[in-house]
Design a protein around this ligand. Structure first.
Ligand SMILES: [Zn+2]
Length: 114
C-alpha cells in the first residue's frame, strides 16, 4: 500500500526546500531594499538634495550620465516643474531599461539663468 504520510526523509527534504526558498526570497528583498536605499541617497533623489543647476544644459548633461542603481540605462520619459518653500525645481522622470523602475531626479532651478 502507498503511504499517504511522508516519511521522515521526505519531510526533511521538504523543510529544507521551503527554508531555501524563503531564504532566497529574503535575500532578494534585502538586495532590493538596499538598492532603493542607495538610490534614495543619490543626488537629486528628492527636493531635499536636488541638484543645483544654472542652465538646462547642465541638467541635460546630468540626465545623460545618470544610470540606474541596477546598472541599467535610464531613459527620460517626462519632465515637470515643482515649487516648494519658494524654490523652483525641474523634475526629470526616468525609467530603467533593465528593471523598469521609474525614478525622479530633482534639479534646483531657482537661480537658473534665463
Ligand atoms: Zn534598473
Amino acid at each position: 500500500m502507498k503511504r499517504l504520510v511522508p516519511s521522515g526523509v521526505t519531510t526533511i527534504l521538504f523543510v529544507v526546500a521551503i527554508v531555501a526558498a524563503i531564504g532566497a526570497m529574503g535575500y532578494k528583498r534585502y538586495r532590493k531594499t538596499n538598492q532603493q536605499k542607495v538610490s534614495a541617497e543619490r543626488p537629486g533623489a528628492s527636493s531635499d538634495n536636488a541638484i543645483y543647476i544654472r542652465s538646462f544644459n547642465e541638467m541635460d548633461e546630468h540626465v545623460r550620465k545618470r544610470w540606474c542603481s541596477c546598472g541599467g540605462f535610464l531613459e527620460l520619459i517626462g519632465e515637470g516643474t515643482r515649487e516648494r518653500d519658494s524654490r523652483r525645481f525641474r523634475v526629470a522622470r526616468m525609467e530603467c531599461h533593465e528593471c523598469e523602475e521609474t525614478s525622479e531626479v530633482f534639479f534646483d532651478t531657482t537661480d537658473l539663468l534665463q
